[in-house]
Design a protein around this ligand. Structure first.
Ligand SMILES: Cc1cc2nc3c(=O)[nH]c(=O)nc-3n(C[C@H](O)[C@H](O)[C@H](O)COP(=O)(O)OP(=O)(O)OC[C@H]3O[C@@H](n4cnc5c(N)ncnc54)[C@H](O)[C@@H]3O)c2cc1C
Length: 331
């Protein structure tokens, strides 16, 4: 059994990070638990290099830089990070919430904030020869570092926003970029699709539709992709250095579904104080559900502040819910 903290925060995504900041702001101790090797949730795992335009106070901010700022803001309160561990079990003992992880560790706390986002998420994978074999040796599901693709021949697979956005970013960095999609129509935003088609028409990349991947070939790394027109079955070999499979993500609520909380689909139902159906357990961010819910970072930050301040009051009813103004503090 590990030491008791005031608040365990399940999920170190942007909203969990901000909930931790507010928890520290109220003088409470906190611990983050997350299965990923780094904090930041979807921003770190799925789109670290993309710009976000709708976070208050930032005209535009790269996802990884927003995470860096959130961590810096929270670091003032010396949070404990338990990474690469998934919260699997919850028990109530002696007035404490005991969270047990898949590493068999148990972490007790006085209140709990669930900020587990879309739950455990994993990329949708193609069952095509060579894809699994070359994972990490040329096949990737997200871009961690745009500069890595400099002067490389890149194949992107997918028809959604990620595929289209990365086409637009990689065309200026990579030696060549080819995008294949199994349908003529794209799911991505029409404005991006238009930009992409214009770029391709001007020779800044190639778009092949309706095309699919038949096979990846190579040696210690991927070297060639065989793609085919799925109506005529005509095959086209492409020399490639990197293959980006951007076919979306599968998410599941996972073990949290068995914790006895009231759920709405893959989300945990909360009331206006962000409390779940179990007193002392709060939820915020993508995982929280209430009427009118929007899954946005901007709204999640507000939910995090509400959850943390009500958790403070739950732990010590003598402490007001209202935190006062941070600008009144001296640091
Ligand atoms: C490509 C893309 C672009 C986006 N662009 C924007 C945008 O421009 N603006 C905007 O507002 N939003 C955007 N979003 C949505 C935004 O990223 C989410 O709303 C935000 O990440 C939600 O934050 P969160 O902390 O609630 O969840 P997440 O970021 O999903 O983080 C949740 C964390 O919980 C962890 N977790 C899950 N299950 C467990 C468990 N059992 N135990 C412990 N930890 C667990 C996960 O590993 C994860 O780290 C975008 C999303 C995507 C995919």
């Amino acid at each position: 059994m590990n030491h008791v903290v005031d608040v365990n925060i399940i999920g170190a995504g942007p909203i969990g990070l901000f909930a931790g900041f507010y928890t520290g702001q109220r003088g409470l101790s906190m611990r983050y638990i997350d299965p990923l090797p780094e904090p930041g949730g979807q921003l770190t795992a799925l789109y670290p290099e993309k710009f976000i335009y709708d976070v208050a106070g930032y005209p535009k901010v790269r996802a990884k830089d927003l995470v860096k700022s959130l961590r810096e803001q929270t670091s003032h309160f010396h949070p404990e990070y338990v990474l690469e561990q998934t919260a699997v079990k919850l028990a109530r003992r002696d007035g404490l919430f005991e969270v047990t992880t898949d590493a068999g560790e148990t972490y007790p706390s006085r209140a709990l904030i669930i900020a587990a986002g879309i739950g455990a998420f994993a990329p949708r994978k193609l069952n095509v020869p060579g894809v699994a074999e070359f994972e990490g040796r040329g096949v990737a599901y997200s871009i961690k570092n745009l500069a890595y693709y400099k002067d490389k021949r890149v194949l992107i697979m997918g028809g959604g926003d990620s595929a289209a956005d990365w086409f637009m970013m990689l065309k200026d960095v990579a030696k060549s970029v080819t995008l294949i999609h199994r349908r003529e129509a794209f799911r991505a935003h029409q404005a991006t699709v238009d930009q992409m088609r214009k770029a391709a028409a001007e020779g800044e990349g190639r778009i092949l539709t309706p095309y699919e991947l038949k096979e990846l070939r190579g040696d210690e790394r991927v070297r060639e992709a065989i793609v085919y027109q799925n109506q005529t079955k005509t095959e086209v070999p492409l020399e490639v250095d990197e293959v980006l499979s951007m076919l979306g993500y599968l998410s599941k609520l996972g073990p949290i579904a068995d914790w006895g909380l009231t759920l709405e689909g893959k989300q945990v139902v909360v009331s206006q104080d962000m409390m779940t159906s179990i007193p002392g357990i709060f939820a915020c961010g993508d995982m929280a559900h209430y009427p009118g819910k929007l899954k946005l970072i901007a709204t999640g930050f507000g939910e995090a502040a509400i959850a943390a301040n009500y958790a403070t009051h739950f732990i010590n009813p003598e402490l007001k819910v209202d935190p006062g103004h941070s600008s009144d503090q001296q640091r």
